[in-house]
Design a binder for this molecule. Structure first.
Ligand code: HEM
Length: 493
């Protein structure tokens, strides 16, 4: 009797456990089969791919991607012989995971291997994730707004000095002038007074040699292919490394404390309290210069081209300078720069229309699901390469009213189209885990230059409005951007 009483609850527990296991298996089966039923994204047909080839060659990938987006929607896959599959994602509804997922699910490292011969061994995409995260933190710390404010004075000094060499009136290539100007500014912020005039011209030339020879499509897939252009790239990188290495060593040995990125890197320490080596510091300095120079220079030039061909906003930007001068006189600091809202919107809008990274790329380490605006759920399989087109995302007409029109006030209070559209609506600086860490730095540089130009020169665009260099890795305005200038002194209101 006693034994019978003890066995009965035991059997009940076992029966309950078995029932739970069966229910769990059934649920898993049902969920699994539902998941398996989730469709994969539509695949671009071979017929379409072949017919799009002439457009691809003549007008570039953006036109083709835009067309595929119109035909297939916000998620679609390109299959290259079934071996390589690239899934395109456009718009905030489907890109959150792309931007935010941890590296174990959506990764970037293998795709950025082409940067290793450029940035150098031992930094960023050549090191494990933990070290890379630490190095990215060193960079973020070195150019955070709190530290940027100390640079404004010396930047203004560089800008005044540079433009004092212009005559009373004349014509210039805005692209060239802004490129030179930004190299001086970047040199000042990164390396302080240790790098000057002649050296910067050499840095400019070497940087040009590196990107001209190291950013071909085949460099992306085979960065170490022993071809002449890669040899040129490596030669230029070695020279640049030597130059920067000397500067790092001299600073360390001199004991002088600078107020620049170099000093921040020298003072940075890994968790176990050891400092970065000279090679690591050199690599990070080159990465920042490389990552920031072209994009800032292109954006500053596009801002000029857009302002000079849109009277309404040009006048508004000048009026804003007059007001700022009325309040603060000639003085400019970081806070005053941040009060230049109209100029900020003019830059942001130029960058929306002319993004410097047209395609952001990742790798799906794990499959994941996205739901489109229309409510369709797609499963994107593990192993796919993922691509988000900034050009398509920044031109979605359900987010940006008349996206083809230059309208800086779309970002102003009351409209804020990018915010209303949701996180990841404006992707010119990317977003999430790999968001550009130089955004504040970029705005600061571009505002310093443009506030100076607006205050001191009458400007006119002489050449036609430039086309985009769609074939370039970091596309900018094509050809010369010829502008005439005449000195003036703006009077405050
Ligand atoms: C208007 C100027 C700029 C634009 C449009 C721009 C754009 C971008 C974009 C789109 C990315 C992300 C790429 C991706 O998601 O795959 C990025 C990353 C980055 N940018 Fe910028 N950038 C600008 C200026 C700068 C400047 C001035 C610096 C530094 C001085 C800088 C440093 C970096 C770095 C270090 C990363 C890598 C971040 C990471 O992987 O975590 N950028 N930038």
């Amino acid at each position: 009797m006693y034994t019978e009483m003890a066995v009965t609850p035991c059997l009940t527990v076992i029966a309950l456990l078995l029932t739970m296991i069966v229910i769990k298996l059934v649920i898993r089966r049902i969920v699994g089969s539902v998941q398996n039923q989730r469709p994969v994204p539509p695949v671009v047909s071979w017929v379409y791919m072949m017919s799009a080839l002439p457009t691809l060659l003549m007008k570039g990938q953006q036109v083709v991607i835009q067309d595929m987006h119109t035909k297939l929607g916000s998620v679609f896959t390109l299959s290259f012989f079934g071996v390589k599959k690239v899934t395109f994602l456009a718009g905030p509804e489907v890109t959150a995971h792309f931007y935010q997922a941890p590296e174990s699910e959506i990764s970037i490292d293998n795709l950025y291997e082409f940067t290793v011969p450029i940035f150098g061994k031992g930094v960023l995409y050549d090191v494990d994730l933990a070290t890379r995260s630490k190095q990215i933190r060193f960079c973020t710390d070195a150019i955070q707004p709190m530290k940027l404010k100390y640079h404004v004075d010396s930047l203004l000094h560089e800008v005044q000095d540079y433009f004092s060499k212009w005559g009373e009136e004349g014509t210039i290539d805005l692209k060239q002038e802004i490129g030179n100007m930004l190299m001086l500014i970047a040199g000042r912020c990164l390396l302080g007074v240790d790098i000057r005039g002649k050296m910067l011209v050499e840095v400019s030339t070497l940087l040009h040699d590196i990107d001209h020879n190291g950013l071909h499509l085949f460099s992306f897939f085979f960065p170490y292919l022993p071809i002449p252009s890669h040899q040129q790239r490596d030669k230029a990188r070695a020279k640049l490394g030597q130059m920067f290495g000397n500067i790092v060593r001299l600073r360390k040995n001199s004991g002088r404390i600078g107020v620049d990125v170099l000093q921040n890197f020298i003072d940075s320490q890994y968790k176990d309290e050891y400092s970065m080596s000279e090679d690591e510091i050199t690599g990070l300095l080159i990465a920042l210069l490389f990552g920031g120079h072209h994009s800032s220079s292109n954006t500053a030039t596009w801002t000029g081209a857009c302002l000079l061909s849109h009277e309404k906003y040009f006048v508004a930007a000048i009026e804003e300078q007059k007001k700022v001068m009325g309040k603060y006189g000639e003085h400019i600091d970081y806070k005053i720069l941040s009060e230049m809202g109209t100029l900020h919107f003019c830059i942001k809008e130029a960058l929306r229309m002319h993004a410097t990274s047209s395609l952001l790329i990742r790798h799906a380490k794990k499959s994941f699901c996205v739901q489109t605006r229309e409510g369709t759920t797609y499963e994107i399989p593990e192993g796919h390469t993922l691509a988000s087109s900034t050009v398509v995302s920044n031109n979605l007409s359900y987010i940006y009213k008349d996206p083809h029109i230059y309208d800086p006030y779309r970002f102003s209070e009351g409209r804020e189209e990018d915010k209303v559209g949701g996180k990841f609506s404006y992707t010119s600086f990317s977003g999430g885990r790999h968001a550009c860490l130089g955004e504040h730095f970029a705005y600061m540089q571009i505002k310093v230059i443009w506030s100076y130009l607006l205050r001191n020169f009458e400007l006119k665009l002489i050449s036609p409005f430039p086309e985009d260099e769609w074939e370039k890795f970091i596309p900018g305005p094509r050809g010369k951007v010829v502008v005439s200038y005449k000195r003036r002194h703006l009077v405050s209101t």
